[in-house]
Design a binder for this molecule. Structure first.
Ligand code: PLP
Length: 375
């Protein structure tokens, strides 16, 4: 097995080096190369080895298509470079403070693979954005803001930071008394699992309480190597969550999502969020109707372990933050009762607590009796 550094240095970054494309016309390849100039390609050698064909869900996440090109060019106004207006919530460079008690700190702008639907593509692959100095300012900001009790180390991907440097950053964060928890937001365990070395884990262990949210979009990403990496992180005592981006033609199917969440629980990763794909330049062809996410949640809720059901989230454009959406379960409510629907579509009356001075109701009418059945 190659080291992770080697797997990363052997990344494919040019269209001409992509396998499976030998028959395509020079013109097609030229167009793809043009896209790669706007938004780089990176597929590390571990990830590429998992790809079976151009229909592969892994391939589709990392290789540009003509649709991506068309989307960049179609309508300048629609070309969102910062769909969540993160720049508008940065009190210091590369630190997003959007919610009252937690911040997102970017440690770098390097990733183990580059996802075509990246919400932060404005930063990826440009040198000199995240620097020692921006990091220093970010940590100082957290030190100066006692309301911040939770920091999410993000990027880029924080687990591509070398051990020594990561240790230095974690030490500095841990010297801030009001900071309760440190979270790691990373796609490394699923896309460059060799990076999760025993040495890294031994170092991380010194900085608890640590949490990690990983990024998985398809069950095919869960290989024996990935399982080993996740188990190793879990054995280090880091609770693991997963964030998934809902992607048309890749995972917008309740059957695939069910397989994904079941496989995740088996490798000790709790599904946390499913995100509606953001309105980011060059990624319109990945977007699904909002109902699709609700369909997937409806398919999971009650039908499988509650532990397996993530929250479906849309990130409000312009910086409104995450908003959780749920399939409707309340049909009607008033001060006497709520009328609710269970996972099978059966409808129930649920009585509210009665006020003491009101006429008491007989136990009979307060029973949770099914009212009617729905198809
Ligand atoms: C997602 C996010 C967080 C964390 O949100 P949680 O719901 O607490 O997981 C914090 N800051 C920013 C800017 C985010 O996008």
């Amino acid at each position: 097995m190659e080291t992770w550094q080697k797997q990363l240095s052997q990344s494919v970054t040019k269209v001409k080096d992509l396998p499976f494309l030998p028959d395509l016309s020079g013109e097609y390849k030229e167009k793809l190369e043009k896209i790669a100039k706007k938004f780089p390609i990176r597929i590390n050698s571990y990830f590429l080895e998992q790809v079976k064909s151009t229909d592969d869900p892994l391939w589709k996440q990392v290789v540009p298509t003509l649709e991506e090109m068309d989307d960049w060019l179609e309508d300048e106004d629609l070309q969102e470079s910062d769909p969540l207006n993160e720049e508008g919530d940065m009190p210091v460079p590369e630190l997003v403070h959007r919610y009252p008690d937690r911040v997102l700190l970017m440690l770098n702008n390097q990733c183990p693979i580059i996802c075509r639907f990246c919400t932060r593509k404005r930063k990826i692959g440009f040198p000199g954005i995240v620097t020692r100095e921006t990091l220093r300012q970010g940590i100082e900001y957290i030190r100066d803001h006692p309301e911040v009790r939770d920091v999410i180390m993000s990027g880029g991907d924080p687990l591509l930071v070398p051990d020594k440097e990561l240790e230095r950053i974690l030490s500095e964060l841990r010297s801030i008394p009001h900071l309760d928890i440190i979270r790691i937001g990373t796609r490394v365990p699923g896309t460059l699992p060799e990076r999760i070395t025993e040495k890294l884990c031994a170092m991380l262990k010194n900085f608890h309480p640590l949490y990690a949210n990983l990024h998985f979009n398809h069950p095919a990403e869960i290989t024996p190597e990935v399982e080993k990496a996740c188990n190793r992180l879990a054995d280090t005592g880091i609770p693991l969550g997963s964030q998934t981006v809902l992607l048309k033609g890749i995972n917008d199917d309740p059957k695939i999502m069910r397989e994904l969440v079941h496989k995740l629980l088996k490798i000790r990763v709790k599904p946390y969020y499913i995100y509606q794909a953001d309105i980011t330049a060059g990624a319109t062809h990945f977007r699904t109707a909002v109902e699709k996410g609700l369909d997937i949640i409806r398919d999971l809720m009650g039908h499988t372990s509650g532990m397996a059901v993530p929250y479906f989230v849309i990130d409000a454009p312009g910086g409104g933050g995450k908003i959780r959406l749920l399939p409707n379960s309340v049909i009607e409510h008033n001060e006497r009762e709520v009328i609710v629907k269970n996972y099978e579509g059966k409808v129930f009356r649920y009585p509210q607590p009665r006020k003491k001075d009101k006429v008491s109701v007989s136990p009979e009418s307060a029973k949770h009796a099914p009212m009617c059945e729905m198809a």
